[in-house]
Structures are given as C-alpha cells and as structure tokens.
Design a protein around this ligand. Structure first.
Ligand code: ATP
Length: 263
C-alpha cells in the first residue's frame, strides 16, 4: 500500500483550538460524492476514474491530497477549475464553491472564477508565463483582465506582491521568464495567484520541478501567506512529508478512491 508513515499519530498532535475555529466557519469548497468517468466510445461502457470523493475546505485551512501517480489527484483538481477534457465527465456528485454549484457552471462563468477567486499553482511553472513578455507586464495584464484597475495602480500591486513572495521586485518585474530560476518563477506565479486575494488556491505538485530546498521554501511561503490571507488551499503532492508538515487535514487517494483521510 502507498505509505509507511504513521498518519494517525501525526494527526493527534494537531492544534485543537485551530480545528474548532475552522469548524465554525462556512466551507469555501465542498466536494460531495464526486465521481469522474472516462466516456466510453464505440458502445463501450464509461470507466470510472475517481470514485465518490468527499472533502471540505474552510477559510484558512490547507487540505492535502496525496496518492501515487495515476490515483486521480490532478483530475480532482481539474474539476474545480472547469478544465476536464471532453473525453471525461463528472458522472456523479457535486462541488460547491462558496455556495455556488460548480458542476453546472458555464465556461464563461468558470473564466471569471479561474485565476481570481480560485487561483492555481502548477508543477509546470514555466507554463504560467508567456516566454517573450516581461513578468511585470504579464502580471499587470492578468490583474486588468479581471479587475478595472489603472495601470499605475496595477503596477504598484504587482511590485507589492513580488516583494511579499521575497523577490527583488523591480528586477523581476522587468525580467523575461527565461531570465529567472525555477524557484523565482514559481514565486512569481505565487505572487500572480495571491494578488487577486483568492478564496481558494489549488496547488498541484508545485514543487516537483524544483530542488528539495527550493521546494521547501516555496511551500513554507505558501503556508505563511495562506494563513495571513485566510484563504483555503488544496495542496496536491505525492510527497507525504510535505503534506504532513503543513496541512490541516489530508486525504490519500489510491486507484481513484480515498484510501485514508482525517478530513
Ligand atoms: N484525458 C484523459 N483521458 C483518459 N484518462 C485519463 C485522462 N486524464 C487522466 N486520465 C486517467 O485518470 C487517472 C487519474 O489521473 P490523474 O492525472 O488524476 O492522476 P494523478 O494522481 O494526478 O497522477 P500524477 O501524480 O502522475 O500526476 C489515470 O489512470 C489517468 O490515466
């Protein structure tokens, strides 16, 4: 089976006061009985890839989703962003995001949510930026595509957030993506996610492409800023140690099912 770490023992040392405060607040995200299927072609039956998933994330809470490769973690994340490919469908269940049902949302409504209310950080941080446009310009454009904000104000906000993720803001603002290290790019992606003050951040293996130390620093930064902003985070990783160190609750997936959870 997927782990040798004593998950239950780890969870007994959680801060009880924080748990009780979390339980009092309304969920940001509620996933209820969610199943995702591969649509059968040529008369074949649909194949279920993720089965009856349930979890809830409240403001200020970080939920870890772990599991071996192919267990269904990324598919679970894609549904929150309306990014399931056409060959796949939600065959059962419901996803409530701040009281709104996501499974029936139109692509136009998803576009409004994505990046702004639901931010995301991906493993492939290079894909977060267009290669031949400076980072600052891209972040300003991202801000102005969601909010009516003057260019000077957008620039101030971008510089502020680059500083908050511990980057030399002016230099990074004027740099092209290829002029930055992997860690710097992932920090700039984090700035781009947090500058919208999102209610939920989905971080899908955000450190896999980084060296161990840089990855640790990025996750610590994410955890610190998340607490400060009181936003919810769904952190996907196959590294249980990363998750156990930072998350408030956790689900471990195996073959499309939740195999263990303390949520
Ligand atoms: N577009 C698709 N068409 C058909 N099957 C798919 C598609 N996307 C994912 N799958 C299948 O769904 C299952 C879950 O995939 P998913 O990408 O969610 O796994 P994962 O847990 O995120 O893995 P990894 O850690 O390697 O990213 C796998 O069996 C995968 O082959």
């Amino acid at each position: 089976m997927p782990t040798t770490i004593d998950l239950n023992q780890h969870r007994t040392i959680k801060n009880g006061l924080k748990e009780s405060l979390l339980l009092q607040s309304c969920p940001v995200l509620e996933v209820k009985n969610l199943s995702i299927s591969l649509c059968g072609s040529n008369g074949e039956e649909d194949r279920i890839l993720v089965k009856r998933l349930n979890f809830t994330i409240r403001p200020g809470e970080m939920l870890g989703l772990a599991g071996e490769s192919g267990s269904g973690k990324s598919l679970t994340a894609s549904t929150k962003l309306g990014l399931l490919p056409n060959s796949l469908k939600i065959s059962e269940g419901q996803i409530d995001f701040q009281g709104r049902e996501l499974t029936s949302l139109s692509e136009k409504d998803f576009r409004r949510l994505r990046g702004k209310e639901i931010a995301y950080l991906f493993q492939n941080y290079q894909g977060s930026f267009t290669p031949f446009i400076k980072i600052g310009i891209q972040l300003i454009e991202a801000l102005r595509s969601h909010d009516k904000i003057r260019k000077q104000d957008a620039k101030k906000k971008v510089l502020f957030w680059l500083e908050r993720v511990k980057l030399p803001s002016e230099r990074i603002f004027g740099s092209y993506p290829h002029q930055l290290s992997g860690g710097q790019l992932q920090r700039a992606s984090l700035a781009g996610a947090l500058m919208f003050n999102p209610s939920l951040i989905i971080a899908d293996e955000p450190t896999t492409a980084l060296d161990v130390l840089t990855g640790e620093k990025i996750l610590d930064l994410l955890a610190d800023l998340q607490k400060e902003l009181n936003c919810a985070v769904l952190l996907i990783s196959h590294d249980l140690k990363h998750l156990l160190k930072r998350t408030d609750c956790m689900a471990v997936m195996y073959g499309g099912n939740v195999w263990w959870t303390d949520c």
